[in-house]
Design a protein around this ligand. Sequence first.
Ligand SMILES: Nc1ncnc2c1ncn2[C@@H]1O[C@H](COP(=O)(O)OP(=O)(O)OP(=O)(O)O)[C@@H](O)[C@H]1O
Ligand SMILES: [Mg+2]
Length: 453
Amino acid sequence: MPPSPTTPPLTVLIVEDDANVRLGCQQALELEDIPVEAVASAEEAQRRLAGSGGASGGSGPAVVVTDIRLPGMDGLDLLRSLHAADPERPVVLMTGHGDVAMAVQAMKMGAHDFIEKPFSPDYLVEVVRRALDKRRLTLEVRELRDRLQNRQSIDARLVGGSPLMDRVRRLILDLGNSAADVLIHGETGTGKELTARCLHDASPRRTGNFVAINCGGLPESLFDSEIFGHEAGSFTGAGKRRIGKVEHANGGTLFLDEIESMPMPVQIKFLRVLQERSLERLGSNTAIPVDCRVVAATKVDLRALADRGQFRADLYYRLNVATLPLPPLRDRREDIPLLFEQFALQAALRHGRPVPEPDTARMARLMAYDWPGNVRELRNVADRCALGIESGFPSFGDSASAAPRPLADAVAAFERAMIADALRRHDHSLARAAEELQIPKTTLHDKIRKHEL
Ligand SMILES: Nc1ncnc2c1ncn2[C@@H]1O[C@H](COP(=O)(O)OP(=O)(O)OP(=O)(O)O)[C@@H](O)[C@H]1O
Ligand SMILES: [Mg+2]
């Protein structure tokens, strides 16, 4: 597994009021290239930890080595509060000579280890190394568990077993873990918003808000106050102070839907927010820091729009740190049966109706259709089917907006989808799929190779 880009280096925090001992510990670890920080009191240690963000993600020092006897809050109290934040962070206690009873109590409270003063630098290094190893393991397990959970939730939400959808899911997992802003590009109904939500849930920001702005659905006059917020009375009609959507997305994800329709003047302001990572509410001069990840979605070729001067090129480049293209449904026809079954099942459950019977002729029509409205259109068809209304059903050649395709292409795409579906339903048994399709097994085998299934 490649190291995740969010993994910080593992550091040690020394808490010791005796300046000589503190310096000695620090130097012993530094000599071994172990990153170390040192503070003189438990209170200072707590401030340091609070400033390093949440503990559950493994941020902050990996190991804390603290003296038991400290002015103010003592080492045992610090141990207690450290464990409340993250019970798996190893804490090593330094005890004075003869403090055996205290050391025993500390171990009972869950201290990782204790060292009796005076100790040699080598011994400190050995104990700290062991604690760091333990921490590394804990963090690795956490990351694996997170990735597994993410994968399961993405698999459940983003339906489709085609190689193209596999690629989308892999990209979501990889990008979710990074801090990069993402531009999602896809035709209408391909799942841009769903993908943006999956990205948010696959990122360490999932505990923050997911805030969606439809850049096409807002009148320009309201744009500023909606996005940036305003102070009370900053313009006619601005009653109370309002927190803008960007501020609301602090610590989370800001989803800019239909980014291509963002008015030019707003684009300029937006670019400034992205660059400076801070904003000013309307009617205020105070800069408010914002820490949000931007995920933008577009149906058009934003680059071409920028080239024609209809979208700011600098904003385009800023947003386009990573691109996530969503393939149209007609390019992954083998996903159609699974999507249809899932949507029909959901609709049947929702409306308390029987689940529609599988119907080969119907499925053949669905797979031959070009789906200009993509997954959303398929979902509507499945809903109607579950309700027993099949009137508006697409069939061969129904698709008015589809580009004309040579017959050979259409036939090949259809053949591929039929075979993929038969294989899926028969658990990849060549024999049973061939029987259903009424072709010899060898022919099926050749076709599977031809279509790279
Ligand atoms: N791979 C998928 N698996 C399951 N459901 C999907 C998938 N892709 C899309 N959907 C569903 O299809 C519908 C349309 O998806 P979504 O709204 O995300 O598309 P969109 O690209 O944002 O569309 P538009 O461009 O029209 O805004 C939603 O109901 C969504 O849940
Ligand atoms: Mg959408």
